[in-house]
Write a protein of this length. Sequence first.
Length: 301
Amino acid sequence: MSSYNLSHLKQLEHEAIFVMREVAAQFERPVLLFSGGKDSIVMVRLAQQAFFPAAIPFPLLHIDTGHNFDETIEFRDWLVKKTGARLLVRTVQDSIDKGRCAEEKGINPSRNGLQTVTLLDALEELRVDAAIGGGRRDEEKARAKERFFSHRDEFGQWDPKNQRPELWNLFNGRIHQGENFRIFPLSNWTEMDVWQYITTEKIEIPPLYFSHPREVVNRRGILLAKSPFNTLLPGEQYETRRIRFRTVGDATCTGAIESNASTLDEIVQEVAAARKTERGTRADDQRSETAMEDRKKAGYF
């Protein structure tokens, strides 16, 4: 890797660390939203860098859909044990059981959208004033509208036209009772930056990100993995392909890509040649043109 790229990554690292330290300084009850995906794993590493040799000063909060890949949960528990971080888990199933939300109808109901209810309830229960997330501006056009400090009103809602200016790296974290911020330290990172940072820092990640054989079904161009949460439609059948995942989430809507990339260097090369964004493999983002923005306005990550 060239010295330019190393310098570029260091600049991004320093910026993210600065944002995390600002969160620790300005807010009383922050949490780091943790999904088990590559971006949240990088966030944990950055939090370690920001506060070393002290422990990470805020807990990790996982909003568990109950439709996770086994590898994701296994890695989450391993990482928490290794880092000594405090983990808080709130489940969509509990929200359903309490009548706070209802399972989708039809074949292969996704719980991805239901996370919003569970998240908002968790933020209110824990009195969270800042939730640190791994969103990046290159992921999706709605996320490109976010600031580092993204304001949410007392209902947890996001108004992209009512965000505060961020000049000269000055962040206004003042809020009224019941309001909170979503914080995005990786705002200026790209998918390539994340993978180069993982490679440079030798960060361990779940095996889902590496090429492996798995049974999948091709549904309207998206390769969905065989799981207890997916049901075949008439005429469909599973077939074994060599795949990997670019993004990790709810198994009912997270698509895979065919790939032979089995090392970090090979993933970096593959991402450099990709002509589709990583969110292009997410079935939930293809439900409508404004699917992500609509969920974010309602309080989604």
